[in-house]
Design a protein around this ligand. Structure first.
Ligand SMILES: Cc1ncc(COP(=O)(O)O)c(C=O)c1O
Length: 383
């Protein structure tokens, strides 16, 4: 069966100078509404009298509204960051740890999901890496490794190196049943897979903005369940957040606010309009296309790629079908030493993808078409 994608979004992106961008898992391009927003932000800074009076509040609020809608939580529960790591760092450093507590992670996960936790070893926390038997850690594998000391299980929803998606529901249920916090890195999933966090047994999520969410670099957000957030043993304060009103004629006040909720953990200077204005426009644009629709489109492109590959030449390392399949497809030539040359051949033919851990990684997004996939296949299969 030949799979056909459905969205027609290519005109809202680029131009890509005639090239084909199959690397949303590396960097997502800005859609045109976001480019216009970036131009607007630039115009503000060229002549600062243009900066709207309410920009300091409205820029972060607008972004939080869009991100809240994306994951199905109230905007005031969104914490704005500058990366995926921001959210992981916040939880890893903020939880009230006791000597002997344990964190479980996945061996083979992207370093952002792992490194912040490793620092906790200095504080007497045990950090263990679990190697999945087969691509993605299963709920029963996790269950075997849990101990009374386990406090947190943290994993990427979609693995950057093999494209496997973990089963959030099943793993989250195991965590819930054992009183373990489940922290999900949504970086390779949000924007290409729908998720309403309130309907899933997850306690916290974190994500960057510059991949599937098509925002600028140096953007990200996280969400912690409000009751979890309230247990954090870490505080920060930023003068602009701490102001009670918007009157810059009355800035001089040292009373610390204790009513900020999630906003207390925002990265400093959230009125970062160069980044956050275009990112808000990107997320609004994606929401307008509907994430479920984007997921169907991207999945059809991946299925087309899988079906079209010459099986004598290529092995697909990601799941070929089923719920563990994602919109990242990792492929290797049956002679893996040829992958680097294939990557270059595709690049020379105007097709950009990623090489990760020696394999070819394709990650099509809503601006890609069947034709893009067919052009990549023609080069791969002729090699
Ligand atoms: C799963 C995953 N998490 C995080 C990141 C990036 O982390 P950060 O946003 O902290 O730079 C990547 C980048 O490829 C990733 O694949």
């Amino acid at each position: 069966m030949t799979h056909s994608s459905r969205l027609q979004c290519a005109d809202d992106f680029g131009p890509f100078d005639g090239r084909i961008w199959l690397n949303a898992a590396g960097q997502g391009p800005l859609p045109h509404p976001a480019i216009r927003a970036a131009e607007e932000a630039l115009a503000w800074k060229v002549a600062p009298y243009r900066v709207p009076e309410n920009a300091f509040r409205e820029v972060p609020h607008r972004l939080k509204r869009a991100l809240g809608q994306l994951i199905g939580v109230p905007p005031e529960d969104i914490i704005l960051g500058n990366s995926t790591t921001y959210g992981i760092h916040l939880l890893a450093n903020g939880l009230p740890w006791r000597e002997g507590d344990e964190v479980l992670l996945i061996d083979g996960d992207f370093p952002a999901s792992v490194l912040s936790w490793l620092l906790l070893r200095e504080r007497g926390v045990t950090v263990r890496l679990l190697r999945p038997e087969n691509g993605a850690l299963q709920a029963d594998e996790l269950a075997v490794h849990l101990s009374p000391a386990t406090r947190v299980f943290c994993a990427s929803w979609v693995n950057s190196f093999n494209g496997y998606a973990i089963d959030l529901q099943a793993l989250g249920e195991v965590c819930r049943a054992n009183d373990v916090l489940f922290f999900v890195n949504g970086t390779q999933a949000f924007g290409t897979r729908p998720l309403a966090v309130s309907e899933m047994p997850v306690d916290a999520v974190t994500c960057c903005g510059y991949k599937w969410l098509c925002g600028p670099f140096s953007t990200g957000f996280c969400w912690l369940k409000p009751d979890l957030r309230q247990t954090l043993n870490y505080k920060q304060v930023y003068w602009l957040n701490n102001m009670r009103g918007d009157d810059f004629n009355q800035v001089l006040n040292y009373d610390l606010r204790d009513d900020l909720g999630a906003a207390a953990y925002d990265v400093f200077a959230t009125a970062n309009y160069f980044s956050f204005l275009p990112w808000a426009a990107s997320v609004e644009y994606l929401l307008g296309k509907e994430i479920a629709e984007i997921a169907r489109h991207n999945t059809a492109l991946v299925a087309r790629l899988i079906d079209g590959l010459d099986p004598d030449k290529y092995a697909v390392q990601s799941p070929r079908e089923g719920p563990a399949r994602s919109t990242l497809l990792v492929v290797t030539h049956r002679q893996p030493e040829r992958n680097a040359a294939l990557f270059q051949a595709l690049k020379q033919a105007g097709i950009d993808l990623a090489m990760r851990e020696g394999n070819l990684r394709f990650s099509p997004h809503l601006y890609n078409s069947d034709d893009d996939i067919d052009r990549a296949l023609a080069i791969l299969n002729a090699a």
